[in-house]
Design a protein around this ligand. Structure first.
Ligand code: CU
Length: 269
């Protein structure tokens, strides 16, 4: 009986290979998660997004697997896909209008900010790994000097620091009354979305403050139909809050996407 040696063979990949593969795997998982959330909120897959991200995700996955198998071409593939994704991720970050002020939104932090240092790390290590393979000097995983280890430690510290800041950092002062949340869900900007503001109808008491969180990948507004309140532009990962002092039924829409509608019912206390 023939034994499949590639199954039992112990992988002896370099630090460059591990960091490149783990970084690419992170980006692949992140893209799949975003697509899944989007598909769920729309009630079906988002074809435009699949056309754009599908091939990229597939190529990243191929690079992830074959870098760990020591294929030289996969380093070049990994280098190209990570550099392209890094470019688009920086554009997305710059134009999301959110900036580092959105660290308190863990979804925004992990989706928009973390991929940038991770991808820089992938570009760095795929380039070095490729050079190493070409020179035939690849060695098994081991700690080999500050130029290899320090970038990973810096990126790891940045991610842990960002998450800790989001969890433990300064909070915005808690407003009087009960705080109720409305979430602008991921994918809300698609006309075909089944839900935009969740919950679409919220009943509160006079004096309560409602906080709307924008978890979508687009800017929105929370604009009262009768002009009682208007958030103005709410960027990705940002929030808006309003305290209701008069009982009544308040319908609101998004100025940019009029198909997004919600209702706040304020009852006398
Ligand atoms: Cu909108």
């Amino acid at each position: 009986m023939q034994i499949q040696t590639n199954v039992v063979k112990k992988p002896t990949r370099s630090w460059h290979a591990w960091i490149s593969s783990i970084g690419l795997a992170y980006v692949v998982l992140l893209t799949l998660r975003v697509e899944l959330v989007r598909a769920l909120s729309r009630g079906g897959p988002d074809l435009e997004s699949l056309v754009f991200y599908g091939p990229f995700t597939a190529l990243s996955l191929v690079a992830t697997v074959f870098i760990l198998r020591g294929k030289r071409w996969s380093y070049r593939l990994g280098l190209i896909v990570s550099a392209v994704f890094l470019f688009f991720q920086i554009l997305f970050f710059l134009f999301s209008g959110g900036g580092l002020g959105n660290l308190r939104n863990p979804g925004f932090f992990l989706t928009a900010i973390v991929p940038i240092p991770v991808l820089i790390l992938v570009v760095y290590h795929t380039a070095l790994g490729r050079r190493e393979l070409r020179r035939g000097t690849e060695k098994a995983t081991s700690v080999r000097g500050p130029t290899v280890v320090i970038p990973s430690i810096l990126v790891g510290a940045f991610i842990v620091g960002g998450v800790l800041f989001g969890l433990l950092g300064p909070t915005t002062p808690s407003p009087q009354g009960i705080v109720r949340d409305v979430t602008i869900v991921d994918g809300a900007f698609y006309p075909a979305s089944l839900q935009a503001y969740v919950p679409a109808k919220l009943t509160i008491k006079v004096g309560d403050t409602v906080v709307w969180y924008n978890e979508d990948s687009a800017h929105h507004t929370i604009s009262s139909v009768d002009g009682a309140f208007d958030s103005g532009d709410v960027s990705i990962g940002a929030f808006y809050r309003y305290t209701f002092t008069q009982p009544g039924t308040y319908e609101y829409v998004c100025d940019y996407h009029p198909f997004m509608r919600g209702i706040i019912v304020v009852t006398a206390s």
